[in-house]
Design a protein. Structure first.
Length: 188
């Protein structure tokens, strides 16, 4: 099962594409109302990030900023203490390189695999499944999600090839490319 936390403008569209492509999905958002269309389409609701993590094999986060990621990961009922070792966290959130390195280390300490996966694109490409992903992390971990994301025209999230980078190169490249104004969010 795929877990998806963060159902804002970008996350809701990416989660919808996964669901419409036949993936079993459990979702969480601070406000349940934003999940209503996904729940009507067959997604399961998680009452907390913890609940999503307990049921997910792969957990995506698509959150607006580092504080939101910290709250979802470490807050009361946070997911990081409940995602089983060997599971995979794909962080698509809008965060900076140093924060990404911190989260990767926190995951590693718990035996959780981690991919940093920001996107280039906005709402319309997210809706159409045409986002461009810049993925940092272990290539073995990327292989775990390739059936979800790297199959060209059958890919529910991106119709383009992913660019594989290290965590640092990925975020720093985006910071330079978008000159600090990147607002599109991320997802792998």
């Amino acid at each position: 099962m795929i877990g998806f936390i963060g159902l804002g403008l970008m996350g809701s569209r990416m989660a919808r594409n996964l669901l419409e492509s036949g993936y079993e999905l459990i979702v969480h958002n601070r406000t349940k109302e934003k999940a209503a269309p996904l729940l009507e389409a067959g997604a399961k609701w998680a009452n907390s990030p913890k609940e999503a993590a307990e049921q997910a094999d792969v957990l995506f986060t698509m959150l607006a900023h580092p504080k939101a990621v910290e709250a979802a990961a470490f807050g009361e009922n946070g997911f990081l203490h409940h995602l089983s070792p060997e599971k995979l966290w794909v962080d698509c959130s809008t965060v900076d390189p140093s924060f990404t390195r911190q989260m990767a280390e926190e995951a590693r300490k718990r035996g959780i695999h981690f991919l940093d996966a920001p996107v280039s694109g906005s709402v319309i490409p997210a809706e159409k499944g045409e986002l461009v992903f810049f993925v940092g992390g272990d290539p073995k971990d990327l292989k775990k999600v390739e059936p979800v994301e790297c199959h060209g025209e059958s890919d529910p999230l991106s119709r383009r090839k992913w660019q594989r980078n290290s965590h640092e190169a990925c975020r720093e490249s985006n910071a330079r490319s978008f000159n600090g104004s990147f607002r599109g969010g991320c997802c792998a």
